[in-house]
Design a protein around this ligand. Structure first.
Ligand code: ATP
Length: 462
């Protein structure tokens, strides 16, 4: 795909998301609010289904992982100890012509020059000097930029500060969810039966003052993470790291993502404490980009918090009478990016006669609506009443939708666009012969089945 085609696919997905109630730009009635999005009625269902799958895979099916829901706000001491207050930054540059603010590492990367957000100001500016001619402003096309300055991404607030000048001692909206896991590691250890190796999993919002926010929900300033920190004995890191790499790769395949659209990206420029870091990248309409990070973080996180808090965070292995600070293997994924990957993967346009059918071929488990129930005609009360009966029964088990608006063909197309795997139509055969029609999203085939076998039919398929 060339750049124009890529933009085209993204535009179509963005438009479907808006038109069909998946994703809305935030605060639209007030001209919007950059890099923040809202999930609409079908979007919240899809996002919840993604989270449900992750939670099941990472906690319910694991004997060695427990869940957590820590608060968004934490003591600012946590962000000082973790290094975020000083070093959680991206290199910010400004186009001297149109004054767009941009990430220098992304500009260099797009020009095929290796750069990384973790480089120091000096390092990245040196690379910039050597490659000045290669980079262009994506807004106006000029290539005149200011040298980069490290811009801190932590979002500040006045929570709990009543001095009037809270900026001197701000509290922070969490920049990542895992700090809540590290700060509760001892609580979990003391209150449950976990033994090393074990993990703590959490889903929750994170906030970053991202410099450039393009590419729809790929990069937003408020987003949701699905993170798991796995605590291991020092020396066992790489064994578990490889296991988790495999588990996380398989997870995306289980969401219907084709293997050819995934790739590993190995971090070459590791932060000083990291042992190994890989990202799982997905082929988004704008190219392969990070979906999830799987990182071996050594003992850095617990060590810095033990030092700064003065609390002993050693693990006591009673069987071997050993004491140590556990090492951590982290898996860190984004709900929004998984959402966009799943939509990209399932978006189809099919040519049927002179028409084009748009379909979201979502895996059944992710589909926002599992069954749409239709009376054939809106103005036949006996059909409407019967269809309502089916709807009321089926909704006890599955997320269903009732629709009696417009002709049946249009109703099918609408459900195709939101990815509903089955439509159930109640017609005169239902009243006269006890038969209903089930229509399959992917094959568009319609079959008549006995009305009293409807539940069994869906139980076997959903
Ligand atoms: P990037 O390099 O794209 O900025 P990152 O390496 O800073 O991402 P991490 O800090 O490793 O990202 O966060 C873990 C995961 O959280 C990412 O893989 C991504 O899925 C998600 N994520 C991070 N930042 C954002 C964001 N601004 N918007 C949406 N999702 C995000």
């Amino acid at each position: 795909m060339n750049k124009k085609e890529q933009n085209n696919v993204l535009e179509k997905i963005v438009s479907l998301c808006k038109r069909r109630g998946f994703v809305f730009p935030s605060s639209e009635i007030y001209d919007g609010f950059t890099a923040v999005y809202d999930f609409g009625p079908y979007g919240v269902e899809l996002a919840n289904n993604i989270k449900k799958e992750w939670w099941k895979a990472m906690t319910q099916l694991r004997d060695d992982v427990v869940g957590l829901d820590s608060a968004i706000f934490m003591s600012p001491k946590i962000w000082q100890a973790s290094g975020h207050v000083k070093g959680f930054s991206d290199p910010l540059t400004e186009c001297r012509k149109c004054h767009s603010r941009l990430r220098l590492d992304s500009l260099l990367e797009e020009a095929g020059v290796f750069a990384d957000e973790k480089m120091s100001e000096e390092e990245i500016n040196e690379i910039f000097e050597k490659n000045k001619e290669k980079i262009k402003c994506p807004t106006c096309g000029a290539n005149d930029f200011t040298p980069a300055k490290n811009f801190n991404l932590l979002v500040q607030s006045n929570l709990g500060n009543f001095t009037g000048d809270w900026t001197k001692e701000p509290t922070y909206l969490r920049g990542e969810t895992c700090q809540g896991i590290y700060s509760n590691y001892k609580n979990v250890l003391d209150s449950t039966r976990v033994k090393i190796p074990f993990g703590i999993a959490q889903i929750g919002k994170a906030f970053r003052n991202e410099i450039t926010a393009r590419q729809f929900i790929f990069r937003t300033r408020e987003f949701e993470q699905m993170e798991m920190q796995y605590f291991v004995k020092p020396g066992d890191d790489m064994k578990y790291f490889e296991q988790w790499r495999d588990i996380r790769w398989q997870f995306y395949l289980s969401l219907g993502i084709k293997e050819e659209n995934l790739q590993w990206h190995k971090h070459e420029n590791l932060v000083f404490y990291a042992k190994e870091a890989y990202d799982i990248e997905y082929k988004f309409p704008f190219g392969f980009k990070e979906l999830e990070g799987v990182h071996a973080r050594g003992d850095y996180d617990l060590s810095v918090h033990a030092k700064a808090s003065g609390i002993d965070l050693n693990y006591l292995d009673q069987a071997n009478n050993e004491k140590y600070i556990p090492h951590i293997v982290e898996t860190s994924a984004g709900v929004g990016r998984t959402f966009l990957a799943v939509l990209t993967e399932s978006y189809r346009e099919e040519k049927i006669a002179d028409d084009v059918r748009t379909v979201l071929a979502l895996p059944v488990k992710l589909a926002p609506i599992k069954i749409a129930v239709f009376p054939l005609l809106k103005n036949k009360p006996e059909l409407v009443t019967k269809a309502k009966e089916f709807f009321d029964d089926l909704k006890q088990d599955w997320r269903c939708e009732f629709d009696d608006n417009g002709n049946i063909g249009k109703r099918y197309r609408r459900q195709d666009e939101i990815g509903t795997p089955y439509c159930l139509t109640i017609d005169f055969d239902t009243l006269e012969k006890g038969l209903v029609t089930v229509r399959d999203r992917d094959t568009m085939e319609q079959v008549q089945i006995k009305a009293d076998e409807v539940k069994k039919y869906f139980q076997e398929r959903l």
